[in-house]
Design a protein around this ligand. Structure first.
Ligand SMILES: Nc1ncnc2c1ncn2[C@@H]1O[C@H](COP(=O)(O)OP(=O)(O)O)[C@@H](O)[C@H]1O
Ligand SMILES: [Mg+2]
Length: 231
């Protein structure tokens, strides 16, 4: 294999299947997915709607569990964690970014980012300092005191990325983060993710847009619950 990365992988999925609502009304979302991702990679996941992209990302985030197969992150088999430990693990291991930002409308940008550190055990002053640092990292230092409704879509997505960075997780998972943004703004969000990956984060980005995916270091393509290229 050319360019085989050296060192331990950060994410390993083995023979992963996911069946929603097992039984008569079942819906098979993943049909045996194998994937290995190395630290610092920037992986784009493309494929038609319904092909299982979000399901796979949610499993990597520990938001859901596979029906069979295993997911290991940083050498840890997520199936060995109970719900409490999985939630705590998620808080420090992954930052998640969604299409519709999911900011709390009554909190300022700074407060939204600080909220992500609520369970971190850090003192308030420390959380505030870290939140400012993260907003600066996404270019929003000046807008820290604004409410989401006072920000553009691109700015709101930057706040969401700052929030995802708050606990300094090694992995960022972004599910169509540009799906609600115009083309230029989407480009800039993907540039931001590329920069974070260049500084050591492992980034997985789901996108419908080929030109955005092209910015990644690897593109994997999903079809009907399977990876059909790039794994
Ligand atoms: N919570 C759910 N309950 C039942 N079926 C689901 C659920 N989430 C996703 N599915 C189904 O699983 C398949 C894969 O969905 P998804 O992972 O969201 O695909 P994508 O993100 O590629 O559009 C689809 O057929 C979808 O209808
Ligand atoms: Mg999806």
């Amino acid at each position: 294999m050319p360019d085989e990365p050296v060192g331990e992988p950060i994410i390993v999925a083995r023979d992963v299947t996911k069946v929603y609502r097992p039984g008569q009304e079942s819906s098979v979302a993943l049909r045996g997915v194998n994937l290995t991702v190395h630290p610092g990679e920037f992986v784009a996941i493309v494929g038609p709607s319904g092909s299982g992209k979000s399901t796979l990302l949610n499993l990597f985030a520990g938001l859901d569990r596979p029906s069979s197969g295993s997911i290991c992150v940083q050498g840890l088999d997520l199936s060995t964690l109970n719900e409490d430990r999985l939630a705590r693990w998620r808080g420090q291991a992954v930052g998640i970014v969604f299409q519709f930002f999911q900011l709390l409308p009554t909190l300022t940008a700074l407060e939204n980012v600080m909220l992500a550190m609520e369970l971190s055990g850090r003192f308030r002053g420390d959380r505030q300092r870290r939140a400012k640092e993260c907003l600066a990292e996404v270019g929003l230092a000046e807008l820290a005191d604004h409410l989401p409704s006072e920000l553009s879509g691109g700015e709101q997505q930057r706040v969401a990325i700052a929030r995802a960075l708050a606990n300094d997780p090694p992995i960022l998972l972004a599910d169509e983060p540009t799906g609600n943004l115009d083309w230029d703004t989407g480009q800039r969000i993907v540039e931001l993710l590329a920069g974070l990956s260049a500084r050591g984060k492992t980034v997985l980005l789901i996108t419908h847009e080929r030109d955005l995916a092209a910015r990644a270091t690897r593109v994997i393509e999903m079809r009907d619950g399977r990876i059909i290229g790039g794994e």
